[in-house]
Design a protein. Structure first.
Length: 305
């Protein structure tokens, strides 16, 4: 971080809710190219603006990191939708020893405070939200990552259905690397690109997947992956929520992205909630689509380009 940076922002707070200082450095882990929040120096910033995450552990971790990076007297402005943590913001910031001014605007709660000389409770909040191993001995993960503390049902069903692959492939939305272990069990797999928009997930995957055949990419699949092409296979459990609401277009973008990466005859293996309307876009981009599993509210589909 350069000496000219005096402010930071986490996420994209709505302009009509909270003002972000000009030149603020982006720190959200779901923004490729953002400055890692953990890498900001202690007591180095004059201002920090946050669109707070919904998860309580993740949110307290982000608030604690922001307070750590602010100079004493530095201004912290935090907003969150009322039904996604906004009603808890004042209490959580008070727990760090802050004196808060609170406002409400466009279904958001906004809290503003000046960093106290000696905030309380930062160490505990930072430890609680930091990377950890599942059950102490399992895979590395971190609060805030998708299904961070358990194997989700969709991924489990996809793992059960996957064949042994060969050639070069990709896991789009790889998370902490759970699927990668199964894919790489086949010695015929020559390359596997793990791609995710969440830097925390990729950081965990890099600790969890130690294999020379693997590459890692912090990227937004909707913007394309020019470094990948002519793949033999793609596996994916695509997200379908953004900003707290369901967004069917996310999974549809993953399907289009997979089709762009695959060579003719290449195959996509996809898991999704049963109700999501993916069949039409699959039919538009693939020569054959086959339902493989319909169970526990999920569907696993195989699509051949």
């Amino acid at each position: 971080m350069t000496d000219t940076v005096s402010a930071a922002v986490y996420g994209f707070p709505p302009r009509e809710v909270i003002e972000t200082p000009r030149g603020a450095v982006q720190t959200a882990p779901t923004v490729p190219g953002a400055q890692p929040l953990e890498g900001l120096a202690d007591a180095s910033l004059d201002a920090f603006v946050i669109l707070a995450p919904a998860g309580a552990v993740e949110r307290r971790y982000v608030l604690a990191q922001a307070l750590r990076t602010l100079k004493p007297g530095g201004r912290l402005s935090v907003a969150a939708p009322k039904d996604r943590g906004g009603l808890r913001l004042k209490k959580e910031l008070s727990g760090f020893g802050c004196t808060i001014g609170e406002d409400a605007r466009r279904h958001h709660r906004i809290c503003v405070t000046l960093r106290p000389e000696a905030p309380t409770g930062l160490t505990d909040a930072l430890a609680e939200g930091a990377p950890r191993r599942i059950d102490g001995e399992g895979l590395w993960t971190q609060p805030g990552v998708f299904s961070w503390d358990r194997l989700d049902t969709g991924t489990a069903l996809l793992m059960q259905a996957l064949p042994a692959f060969s050639g070069a492939g990709a896991d789009l939305g790889c998370g902490i690397g759970v699927l990668a272990h199964q894919v790489l069990a086949s010695p015929k797999v020559t390359k596997l690109a793990l791609v995710d928009i969440d830097r925390r997930a990729l950081d965990a995957a890099q600790r969890n997947v130690d294999d020379a055949r693997v590459s890692f990419s912090h990227a937004d699949i909707r913007l394309g992956l020019p470094e990948l092409s002519n793949l033999d296979f793609v596996v994916s459990n695509p997200p379908f929520h953004e900003g707290g609401g369901e967004d069917k277009a996310l999974g549809q973008a993953f399907i289009r992205g997979a089709a762009a990466l695959l060579k003719k005859g290449g195959v996509l293996w996809l898991v999704a909630n049963r109700h999501l309307p993916y069949e039409a876009v699959l039919a538009d981009h693939f020569a054959r689509v086959r339902p493989v599993v319909d169970q526990e509210g999920f569907k696993v589909l195989e699509a051949v380009k």
